[in-house]
Design a protein around this ligand. Structure first.
Ligand SMILES: Nc1ncnc2c1ncn2[C@@H]1O[C@H](COP(=O)(O)OP(=O)(O)OP(=O)(O)O)[C@@H](O)[C@H]1O
Length: 327
């Protein structure tokens, strides 16, 4: 689908599928179009072109939408003057959901003790839990969460991760957005990555980790050319990177390099095993499509900077190919 707001192309010919039994992470930097996509999925906004089908149907064609697809959106509209219990009861009654389910979901999200308190006094985290309770109310087979960890404390974050995994293990479809790769790495088993409304990757988490958890050794010497010759003679593949250092694949290469330097009486100023983080890989991938971007020299998100190579599974052009918008 495509969604345009005036001159802004919020979603650009985006196409992907979300499957049951998995937690699918929907990842993208701020302004990438995640919330817009989710709103369109729920028929809260109309696409400019294309559309979303849920088991072949449009959202509005679902007989009992709340029992089919539950959602927590970023700004959940709750009546602040009503108690948590009454907010959920109203939703239950207008969707023919039994009253007993209200107590059940309040218990699941840990709000039973404050069920009779007005929701306007709730903290951000409590509000998130109430939003999650309303998503679970209809016991739906599809669940969608837009940035659910926002405002949750560490215990809350741990709880929501397990909740999502359990829902997927029950065979449900769980679709969750985030702008944090580190969060997704702990929760999702499939990833949809978008930038500027476009699909950048549609891959399993395992493939993403295998491709991007690259370990290598960084080597720096004032005798750069001599070291380069020594690498060649020893048959070691060392890649020269822009800042005057070399990168040699494999964290365990440090020993061989140290010995090689000693044998050739070469001084080393750096010999450091490195592990590329998934967060770096995500930043590198979306570097060309970040709306609001601060640049720092040597920043791994700077287009053209050395970074992980994308495997054959990647759907988009390598970062740096796009025209960059500086904020
Ligand atoms: N109602 C709207 N009117 C005009 N522009 C909009 C509207 N909603 C979203 N946009 C624009 O569409 C683009 C995508 O926004 P969207 O909120 O979907 O991104 P997002 O990935 O959810 O970002 P975030 O992580 O910051 O919530 C942005 O450029 C945003 O400014």
């Amino acid at each position: 689908m495509t969604k345009r707001y005036g001159k802004t192309l919020a979603v650009d010919n985006l196409s992907f599928q979300v499957h049951p039994g998995h937690v699918t992470g929907f990842l993208g930097p701020n302004g990438a179009g995640k919330s817009t996509t989710m709103r369109i999925m729920l028929d809260l906004d109309a696409p400019t072109a294309g559309g979303v089908r849920i088991d072949g149907k449009h959202y509005r064609e679902l007989a009992e939408p709340l029992s089919y697809m539950g959602a927590l959106l970023e700004a959940k509209a709750m009546h602040g003057g009503r108690s948590a219990y009454n907010n959920l009861l109203c939703l239950a009654q207008s969707n023919r959901i039994p009253r007993a389910r209200v107590d059940e979901v309040l218990d699941i999200v840990g709000l039973s003790a404050v069920a009779r308190k007005k929701s306007k006094g709730f903290s951000l985290g409590m509000g998130q839990r109430l939003g999650i309770a309303s998503a679970l109310l209809g016991d739906p087979k599809i669940l969608m969460f837009d940035e659910p960890v926002n405002g949750l404390d560490p215990e809350g974050i741990h709880w929501i991760r397990n909740l999502m995994k359990n829902l997927a293990a029950q065979g449900r479809t769980v679709f969750v957005s985030s702008h944090l790769m580190s969060e997704m790495a702990l929760t999702a088993d499939h990833l949809i990555v978008i930038g500027q409304g476009r699909l950048l990757a549609d891959t399993s988490m395992a493939d993403f980790i295998a491709t991007n958890s690259r370990s290598y050794v960084r080597v720096r010497s004032p005798q750069h050319e001599e070291l380069k010759d020594a690498f060649q003679r020893a048959g070691l593949t060392a890649v020269e990177v822009g800042d005057g250092s070399f990168e040699v694949e494999g964290a365990d290469a440090a020993k061989a390099i140290g010995e090689l330097a000693a044998q050739n009486s070469l001084t080393l100023h750096e010999l450091s095993p490195q592990q590329a983080s998934l967060e770096e890989a995500f930043m590198q991938m979306t570097a060309g499509s970040v709306e609001y971007h601060a640049h720092h020299p040597g920043d791994p998100t700077t287009p053209g900077a050395p970074g992980p190579q994308w495997g054959p599974g990647w759907g988009g052009a390598p970062a740096g190919d796009d025209t960059e918008k500086k904020g």
